[in-house]
Ligand binder design. Structure first.
Ligand code: BMA
Length: 339
């Protein structure tokens, strides 16, 4: 793989195997019974017979939807019988602010042996930490581990592999960062107890993904298929010629979603990778009207018994959306990969 990244990626298209749900966005600020402005980047799982979503909620004053006026970020809870219509609980379920911690956000949910593990990002005064908490009721959360800075986008596999818990993550290596863009990759680590993490390996480099020139990292937690672990990832391309595209003066990045397949017994091995993006911002709610347009960020993926895969994704950092695809079609997109 070439080490140099292209300056510009150009036009991209979503794969025809993915269908946006006609009810999109499936959750937005107007559906939330407490102050809410941006509702997105949710984690979703099936738990005790229901679909459960923990979403990120960025709160701004009603008349000041501009950067710099953020009041707080909290995490809200929503449940659903069908995965499409959601009912939001009356209060946020998680918020972390203290002298050291500024906010917790971008939750990801994985059920392992009947308990829900929530990974989240934690902005602190001393860097960005990846957290893991466990809950049985979405009221009490026990924090199990916090990474050293800077790391985030962690997701846990739903099963132990070789007697270890496994997670994907995206650290922020300053060393290889250039002036014009980031250069962050997806990594994989394991743990005997969800507290001590190590045995870390590079999984997917930004140079491995033809539609990225800025960074790649985990998206929704992986699901097990007969061919191995089906895994989405986020891929970012930056074009320094892009200008205003949302609330900020300049927003030069585009977030797309990719798909890959990891070996069932050794998920450090990528066995298949789609060279084309799975989802590219195209729908009106993905390309306009948001705080940051042209952002698709999947945080939840559910494989139904029928073979339908539900993909939940934050759109334009503003609303939460749903897309579906057939698992066989997603697996077919993953072409053999070697570095
Ligand atoms: C990242 C995170 C995500 C967000 C993305 C696009 O750095 O803040 O929560 O979706 O940027 O703005």
């Amino acid at each position: 793989m070439p080490w140099e990244l292209p300056a510009v990626i150009g036009e991209l298209k979503s794969s025809p195997v993915v269908k946006r749900h006609p009810a999109n966005p499936v959750l937005a600020a107007k559906d939330v019974p407490f102050p809410a402005t941006l509702v997105y980047n949710a984690g979703v799982c099936k738990f005790q017979g229901k679909y459960v979503m923990v979403f990120r909620n960025d709160v701004y004053p009603p008349d000041k939807h501009i950067p710099g006026h953020l009041i707080e970020i909290n995490l809200g809870l929503a449940t659903s019988a069908d995965g499409v219509k959601w009912e939001v609980a009356p209060k946020p379920c998680f918020k972390w602010v203290d002298e050291e911690v500024l906010r917790a956000y971008d939750p990801r949910l994985t059920v392992v042996n009947g308990r829900v593990y929530m990974c989240f990002a934690l902005d602190t005064r001393h860097g960005l930490r990846g957290g893991i908490a466990v809950t049985d009721d979405f009221e009490k959360f026990e924090v199990l581990s916090l990474s050293v800075p800077d790391n985030r986008n962690m997701v846990i596999f739903p099963k132990k592999i070789g007697r270890k818990f496994v997670r994907l993550e995206r650290p922020f290596p300053i060393y290889s960062r250039s002036r014009s863009r980031d250069r962050f990759d997806a990594w994989i680590s394991d743990s005997p107890d969800l507290k001590y993490w190590g045995n870390s390996h590079l999984l997917l480099g930004v140079e491995d993904v033809p539609f990225a020139n800025d960074k790649v990292g985990p998206a929704a937690p992986p699901v097990l298929t007969p061919k191995g672990w089906l895994t989405l990832f986020h891929a970012v391309d930056r074009d320094n010629n892009r200008g205003k595209n949302g609330w900020e003066e300049k927003w030069q990045k585009r977030y797309t979603a990719g798909v890959m397949l990891l070996d069932r017994d050794d998920p450090r091995k990528i066995t298949g990778l789609s060279r084309e993006p799975l989802m590219v911002p195209e729908a009106p709610y993905e390309v306009s009207g948001g705080i940051r347009n042209h952002v698709i960020f999947p945080g939840g993926m559910i494989l139904e018994k029928s073979g339908e895969v539900k993909i939940y994704y934050g759109s334009a950092d503003t609303v939460e959306c749903l897309a579906t695809a057939d698992v066989g079609d997603l697996l077919d997109l993953c072409r053999p990969f070697s570095r």
